[in-house]
Design a protein around this ligand. Structure first.
Ligand code: NAP
Length: 295
């Protein structure tokens, strides 16, 4: 099986390039090899590579900047995945696409399931929802994996920001009224690889191509996050507890309106992952995964 992986420099893409090895030939690309802003280049690259499976973690992820660059966010997050899905259709390929908790408005009491209606509150969330819809509309075997609050030791993320600020400041004032599940990028990649292995399990390891029946049977949206939930404040306290750094600043909880940002965030973006757990595999608790990441 030939796997085309986008965004290999990203948090999730970095681990996917490693986790997908052994499931097939992985052709991992960065943004200069395939720029999602250039839809013709996306088409041409896929036609040249002829993958059996496209795995697309590449995205415009600058949530606040997206408010000022809505057209660019929509091209990368909304249109490019649609082009990938169309190309996958003509090749008879499958696609795994990643999406976000920010497709929800945060007003629900309790965890969001895949049956809940999205209602994004910011440009980033709207562009990601457009990408989901474009992939679904293509009528190909696909998985859309919605995740949340991604962190890891690679790339730009909340964990690394807290570790840096802890060295620079005596006090960190952190939002304590938004609830979600911090998810290690490696958990997302390893779970993805596990799912692909399960879907391909009936294939002759030497045979090329996807096992169409099992992909069709399990196609759709799944929530994929660490289990349990916390706030950014709780996440910060846990990061500092697990960390070996000696200097630990005071952490003060604040409300979202005390830290205004250009993009509105949902106050509750906890996702229920029961569908994925029932169909494929378990997921780690957020604090356990954080401990492993910081080991
Ligand atoms: N980060 C989060 O907290 C979070 C939360 C929920 C869902 N998600 C979703 O999870 C997925 C993975 O996110 P992540 O945190 O791994 O993202 P990330 O670390 O921000 O990486 C984004 C990746 O996309 C690539 N990219 C950006 N613009 C591109 C373009 N024009 N053409 C080609 N590639 C481009 C980047 O390449 P360069 O390095 O070359 O720019 C990078 O490899 C995304 O679908 C994201 O929407 C993320």
């Amino acid at each position: 099986m030939k796997i085309l992986l986008t965004g290999k420099t990203g948090q999730v893409g970095y681990h996917l390039e490693r986790s997908l090895q052994g499931l097939g030939e992985v052709i991992a690309l960065n943004s200069s090899q395939m720029n999602l802003e250039d839809l013709d280049q996306v088409r041409a690259t896929i036609r040249q590579v002829k993958p059996d499976l496209i795995v697309n973690p590449a995205a415009y992820t600058a949530v606040d900047l997206a408010e000022r660059e809505p057209a660019l966010a929509m091209r990368i997050n909304g249109e490019a995945p649609g082009v990938m899905a169309e190309e996958a259709k003509s090749l008879g390929a499958a696609m795994i696409h990643y999406s976000t908790d920010y497709v929800f408005d945060g007003r629900k009491q309790g965890a969001y399931t895949e049956a809940d209606s999205p209602n994004p509150q910011n440009v980033y969330g709207s562009s990601k929802l457009a990408g989901e819809q474009a992939v679904q509309a293509a009528g190909i075997p696909h998985l859309i994996l919605r995740t949340s609050w991604v962190y890891g030791m690679h790339g730009k993320n909340f964990l690394r920001t807290v570790m840096r600020l802890a060295q620079e400041r005596d006090e960190l004032r952190i939002v304590a009224d938004q609830f979600g599940a911090p998810t290690w990028s490696r958990t997302i990649a390893d779970t993805t690889a596990h799912i692909v292995a399960r879907l391909q399990a009936s294939a002759n390891p030497r045979s090329a191509g996807i096992v169409r029946d099992s992909w069709d049977q399990f196609a759709g949206v799944y929530h994929l996050t660490a289990q349990g939930h916390t706030t950014w404040y709780g996440f910060t306290k846990a990061i500092l507890n697990h960390s070996s750094i000696l200097k630990k600043p005071l952490v003060t909880p604040i409300r979202s309106d005390e830290y205004p940002l250009p993009a509105r965030r949902p106050s509750n973006s906890v996702l229920s992952c029961e569908r994925l757990i029932d169909n494929f595999c378990g997921l780690p608790g957020w604090e356990k995964a954080l401990g492993l990441c910081q080991e």
